[in-house]
Design a protein. Sequence first.
Length: 278
Amino acid sequence: MQLIGIAAVWLVAWRVNAWVSASGNSRISGWLPPVLFGVTVLLVWELVVRVYDISPVLLPAPSAIRVALVENTAVLWEDVVQTFFRGALSGYAIGCGSAFLVGILVDRVPFLKWGLLPVGNFVAALPIIGMAPIMVMWFGFDWQSKAAIVVLMCFFPMLVNTVQGLAATDHMQRDLMRTYASGYWQTLFKLRLPAAMPFVFNGLKICTTLALIGAIVAEFFGSPTKGMGFRISTEVGRLALDMVWAEITVAALVGSGFYGLVALLEKRVTFWHPSHRH
């Protein structure tokens, strides 16, 4: 009977979501269905935990996670500053920025394309759990070692996307620039870099998730007494799963916001691209 009630809640919410999605109002149907779906998942989660009396060690209820979020705001913010702003964001900027510049150099020197990119594929396949302890030994236990891991994770995906983007223009476009007596740098800045922006932003968006994941995982192998990865590993040992889920929630919100910011910047820069036309 309890299972039937939970299923009924899910089906009603599903029908409401389907009705909203099918409505003709594009403004409402763009953001309301994901919100309704998220609220439905949380409601069903809460009902399942309470009805079946699931231990908080196995699965805490969303209400318990909310309490942990409210009561540990200062700790969570300190962890975000340590992991995201110091480790992930600095590594993201260094890794993506250097990869972009190296991508231009690789495009300019064909030898590097055949020599560097295969090495990049090899390095990109290295497991983070193997490299993280090495980086901790090299750069110490603070955020610098986490930034080094993020640089390693972001560099080659960004490099590959940059090189592919610079090769996106066809021969007719480049021949037209030559008829205008344009040199390499004029062609690069006026034709090839603008055409490469969708690829560049694709690399930037991929690296937003890699950066945060890399910084969090790296903290499992050595960190000062703060940071999202440190907090998760510590609270798991204390069986405080509500705090673990609070950290996961904060990480998801920060990562989604970071990705959304890059996507918004992409829309402003590549407004001419067909994917942004309505």
